[in-house]
Design a protein around this ligand. Sequence first.
Ligand SMILES: *Cc1c(COP(=O)(O)O)cnc(C)c1O
Length: 345
Amino acid sequence: MSIPTIDLFSDTKTRPSKPMLNAMIAAEMGDEQAGEDPTTIELQERVASLLGKEAALFVPSGTMCNQIAIAVQCQPGDEIIADKTAHIINFEAGGAAVIARAMIRPLEGLRGQFSLDQARDAIRAGFRHAPSSKMISVEQTANLGGGSIWPLDILKSFQALSVEHNLVTHMDGARLLNAVVASGVSAADYAATVDTVWIDLSKGLGCPVGGVIAGSKDFIDQAWPWKQRLGGSMRQSGILAAAGLYALDHNVERLEVDHLNAKNLANRLAQIPGIKIDPMTVETNILIINVANLKVSASEISEQLLLNGVRIGAMGPDSMRAVTHLDVDEAGINRAADIFAKICS
Ligand SMILES: *Cc1c(COP(=O)(O)O)cnc(C)c1O
């Protein structure tokens, strides 16, 4: 398949830039499984400090971060409270059921976010026949919620609720740094509301691989055997960790550009007859585009766009998702909007 010129399918589509590749080539390396890779250790310390946690662990993917957090903190039969759109429900091949043998209670949230009342109502009373509520999990930002940002106050109230009921809280921070840049709230302030949290290096940060999970020292000690068990221990991972360090230095503040591009794209698309999108709801780098009023399905529009060099995925018969990132600039966004308008007419 040829690669579309303007790929807005996901912020995973980024390729490592020349300077990032140079940083990778220059990395000091050692055997990571033996704790001897200096660049990996530096990345872990850097992320632990960014997130205000005692320790952090570099693993091959964000999915593995979620699965390790669940496996360490949930017993078989425990229940996790999450929004129905959550990545742990929809895109991890049932990992929580297979690995931790935990179940997930999907809540009917709004734009990927459930309320304090919904969370409280979902906590089981400890009845012998019921699963035990164990974890509240949030996605910052909420991916299928259109990149919406959970406000700090509600996260704090989940934390208080979880302490009251002896639960743990987990943050899937695949796009936590997008929330940080857009809201001005620090990563450590968001992370302080949860027991475990991770950031993805391979989304908006532009790295080829990797996630870094953080928590207490005790949690990370328990995360290590799970990383080993899941095949996530590496050898000369410094080459990948160097990309992460480069990204933390160079690709965080610029997320603002992706957010501006997303807003601009939303404003342009909102003017196309038949398309429904409220630019006010575009808080970060993800747009959910409703095409129900057009005469054709989302997947047909997606195909037409692709024929014209633009990739935007269908998320169902009526809805599409576009994600801005560092490999599509303002001119690319304008071209994508022009092509979208042309196809719709
Ligand atoms: C991409 C993503 C993940 C998984 O990250 P990978 O590094 O691709 O495994 C988890 N949660 C959310 C919200 C994501 O967008």
